[in-house]
Design a protein around this ligand. Structure first.
Ligand SMILES: [Fe+2]
Ligand SMILES: [Fe+2]
Length: 170
């Protein structure tokens, strides 16, 4: 194994967090479906696919470094699903939490003098800046739209979704 056990354990913990993020967004996708907000549902499904890709990228990294990928049980997703606004706010909160997790992971890489992992994690550092910015913007738009203009907002979101779908996977 080319990385320390401490580093491998920390990455395995983050793999769980990334899969959990996907699990959370999938649960939110079905909630949005229940509310007949099909475009929001699609947006959450896209988020789920991205989170799974984030997790898989870490799995592949551990594997490349000769470390064990230790998958564990995922918690049941818990969130306020009372409205689409509440769910998007939960998404912002969750992405800020994940940003903090990545930051702590970078600290471990530094303390282990692990340049390869430090370098690998920079992709996630950048990705989190993008994620927090885009979900915060969406949270603002939901507030601006209010309950009566959610369908108009969904129309606007269709373009972003199509664009993301055409990008090579994260
Ligand atoms: Fe992620
Ligand atoms: Fe994310």
């Amino acid at each position: 194994m080319m990385i320390s056990q401490k580093m491998a354990d920390a990455i395995n913990e983050q793999i769980k967090n990334e899969f959990y993020s996907g699990w959370l967004y999938l649960a939110m996708a079905f909630k949005a479906d229940e509310m007949s907000l099909k475009v929001f549902a699609e947006w959450f499904r896209q988020q789920e696919a991205e989170e799974r890709a984030h997790a898989m990228k870490m799995c592949d990294y551990l594997s490349d470094q000769g470390a064990e990928v230790a998958l564990s049980a995922l918690d049941q997703p818990t969130f306020d699903g009372s409205s689409i606004g509440a769910m998007i706010d939960e998404t912002v909160k969750h992405e800020i939490f994940i940003t903090d997790c990545i930051s702590k992971l970078v600290d471990v890489a530094k303390s282990e003098n692990d340049n390869a992992t430090f370098n690998f994690l920079q992709w996630y550092v950048e990705e989190q800046v993008e994620e927090v910015a885009s979900v915060t913007e969406l949270a603002d738009l939901v507030k601006l739209a209010g309950p009566n203009q959610l369908l108009m907002l969904e129309n606007r979101m269709k373009e972003t979704i199509a664009q993301r779908a055409s990008e090579p996977s994260a």
